[in-house]
Design a protein around this ligand. Structure first.
Ligand code: IVH
Length: 671
């Protein structure tokens, strides 16, 4: 019994710690421990819970991995329907809305607004009872929605348990599940490579991810969440929207950090302009701002219509979709040989930028959308996402539009194109195809890769055409004399380029991994890999199953990595890069054995690092870190106000050092 109680206590302790770190990581975006430390805590909790299944609770952080598949979603009926919003398309319409409010509820109330970005995602409702998440549901028709609790539970920023000692007895909160533009691009690219369904935009992919009967699929999607709406509250009171948002923060729910209180309608207008300017730089898509009367009593006085409240309005941004005509469809050959059809368009302004070409992804997409040369189409751009053709408008056809057919031979090198059974992408299989070589070199030089300034499209094209460079390792042989004769390259530019190439030799592991151009390994995946492997050599040796198990990598990318390093040519290039002097510091799991045999205990408050960080530093150097002082302890690091552990160390005659000395030991501070 006593043992069980001790285990229960440890489990509770672990859950508390993990909840805290989840919140730091997913909500505040400010983690205080390393991924390895976090994994260790979670692993320990998983182990304890599997040994004691009777102690598993629905709000345990282990329940985020996705439960067993369901047969169907249950229907939920709500008393307090989820409303939609009336739109204002122009500033005049906003002012009209404001004026009407003043007529109806008076000057005082209508001038204190809360403004929030209008997230372009999927609305959901969450119910917490006594602090534990008990329901997650879609909006459906407002009155009835679907119970998608098991899927919702897997969304990282949504806490299974509210933070704080005394949560409300019931909280009903509404908000938006969404996906970052970069994550969408990456996932859609993976879907494309795997020959699976592609999605038109992050919202559709989010909706698709929430509607999975298998919660494990939802768990594998990088979904995010922001809370914005009041659905009901028991056991606590709030009087305004702003106060509600502040409470949500306390309870550990994410809100949009760009939310603001605006006292006057002029402030609302300034807010709209400010957010519109930030729009492209935001990691997620928004399509306007939502303006809400702050005071709940005044909201009540303003009232609701059938489907939307009078106390709120969605002031929409100009659309990012426009209509134009396809002049021709050309085929581009990418770094991996993939043939991508691209529509050349009659130039059109979309969201303030001129668009004259847009991707059509692949042959199947063109067939599915039935896009033809000469068609009128909708094109869409969002942030830095490549513009794409959304759909054709067949009603505007004249009859002379032409069907597109994928060429049988590579338009650049003439090699016969291959399209493996079940794949959506046609490829030029010739790795020496000049288009591929050029793209690989350009990729290598990208800012996020080796960052070689001055190695743009035109220079690369000449280097390849002149036969000066056949692969990325050849770059490091180039001399000013080689470059000078090139067109448009003055002596000074040639010198600068050679210098930039030289400078790129000092790099980092994530950059180098990304620069290699492994299919589906973008900058983010490269970072993840570098966190797990200290060097290229260790990555080359990594077994496929091990790679597939890494969060953020998965089986598809793991397969690509193994295939890439299985190719002798690629290994030779890596050797030649090293021989040319390309080098990087080994990454953090690079274990040294400098602390081998040492057992550290940290006690008291550390001023310069968290205890977790300090422990991670010890482990990275092959040492151990424990929490109790014993005869086995070899060194106690005593921070401010160290207490009984310090005394015990002194009693046992264990070496005691202060934080500054420890920092010197790990090379963070010079002696
Ligand atoms: S408030 C009665 N706030 O817009 C209040 N909605 O057209 C209704 N949305 O279904 C919702 N961001 O999916 C609200 N900050 C925000 C929002 C927001 C996005 C969506 C939501 C809603 C739709 C209404």
């Amino acid at each position: 019994m006593a043992k069980n109680r001790a285990i229960e206590k440890e489990i509770e302790q672990l859950r508390g710690e993990i909840r805290y770190h989840n919140h730091r990581y997913y909500v505040l975006d400010d983690p205080v421990i390393s991924d390895a430390e976090y994994d260790r805590l979670l692993r320990r909790l998983i182990d304890l819970e599997s040994a004691h299944p009777e102690l598993v609770t629905a709000d345990s952080p282990t329940q985020k991995v996705g439960a067993e598949p369901l047969k169907e979603f249950k229907v939920v009926t709500r008393d307090n329907p989820m409303l939609s919003l009336e739109n204002a398309m122009t500033q005049d319409e906003l002012i009209e809305w404001h004026a009407r409010l003043i007529r109806e509820v008076g000057e005082a109330g209508a001038c204190d607004y809360v403004c929030e970005p209008k997230m372009d995602g999927v609305a959901i409702e969450l119910v917490y009872r006594d602090g534990a998440l008990t329901l997650g549901a879609t909006r459906g028709d407002g009155q009835t929605g679907e119970d998608i609790t098991e899927n919702i539970k897997t969304i990282r920023p949504i806490p299974l348990r509210l933070l704080g000692e005394r949560p409300p007895s019931m909280l009903n909160v509404r908000g938006e599940v969404h996906m970052d533009k970069a994550d969408f691009e990456r996932l859609n690219e993976q879907q494309k490579e795997a020959g699976e369904k592609m999605y038109a935009n992050p919202r559709n992919l989010t909706a698709g991810s929430l509607k999975q009967l298998d919660p494990k699929i939802t768990a594998s999607r990088p979904l995010k969440f922001v809370a914005y709406g009041f659905g009901g509250l028991e056991g606590k009171t709030v009087g305004t929207q702003w106060e509600f948002l502040m409470r949500l923060i306390e309870w550990g729910l994410p809100i949009n950090p760009h939310s603001r209180r605006c006292e006057r309608i002029d402030d609302v207008i300034a807010y709209y302009e400010d957010i519109l300017e930030k729009r492209d730089a935001l990691p997620y898509e928004i399509d306007g701002v939502v303006v809400k009367v702050n005071d709940f009593i005044l909201q009540g006085e303003a009232g609701v219509r059938a489907r939307s409240p009078r106390w709120a309005v969605a002031w929409k941004f100009p659309p990012q979709e426009e209509r134009t005509q396809i002049l021709e469809i050309v085929v581009q050959v990418g770094r991996t040989g993939a043939l991508t059809p691209v529509a050349r368009l009659k130039p059109v302004q979309v969201g303030g930028v001129t668009v004259s070409s847009a991707t059509l992804h692949n042959e199947d997409e063109i067939k599915k959308k039935d896009v033809r040369v000469g068609d009128w189409v909708f094109v869409r751009r969002a942030g830095d996402v490549i513009p794409e053709v959304v759909k054709a408008i067949p009603d505007l056809r004249k009859g002379d539009e032409k069907l597109f057919r994928m060429p049988r031979r590579c338009p650049v090198c003439g090699t016969e194109v291959v399209r493996p059974e079940g794949e959506a992408v046609a490829r030029c299989p010739n790795v020496s195809c000049k288009a591929q070589v050029k793209e690989r070199i350009r990729h290598f030089a990208f800012r996020e890769a080796m960052d070689i300034e001055g190695l743009g499209e035109k220079v690369v094209a000449q280097l390849v055409e002149e036969g000066l460079v056949q692969d990325v390792a050849d770059l490091y042989k180039l001399t000013v004399e080689d470059l000078e004769p090139l067109e448009r390259l003055a002596k000074k530019s040639a010198e600068n380029l050679v210098q930039a190439i030289e400078k790129s030799k000092n790099t980092t592991l994530p950059r180098l991994i990304f620069a290699l151009g492994i299919r589906n390994v973008g900058a983010t995946v490269a970072e993840i890999l570098a966190e797990n492997y200290p060097s290229i050599e260790s990555l080359i040796e990594a077994p496929e199953e091990e790679l597939a198990d890494i969060y953020g990598v998965g089986p598809i990318i793991a397969g690509e990595i193994v295939r890439f390093f299985g190719n002798e040519r690629n290994l030779q290039i890596i050797d030649r890069l090293a021989a040319a002097g390309v080098r990087y510091p080994k990454t953090h799991r690079a274990q040294t054995n400098e602390f081998e045999g040492e057992v550290f205990v940290f006690t008291g408050a550390l001023a310069r690092m968290t205890r977790e960080e300090a422990e991670a530093e010890v482990k990275r150097r092959g040492g151990k870190a424990t929490s109790t002082v014993s005869k086995k302890t070899t060194c106690v690091v005593a921070g401010e106000k160290a207490g009984s552990k310090l005394q015990k160390a002194q009693k046992l005659g264990v070496k005691v050092i202060d934080e500054a000395t420890f920092l010197k030991l790990i090379g963070r501070e010079r002696g």
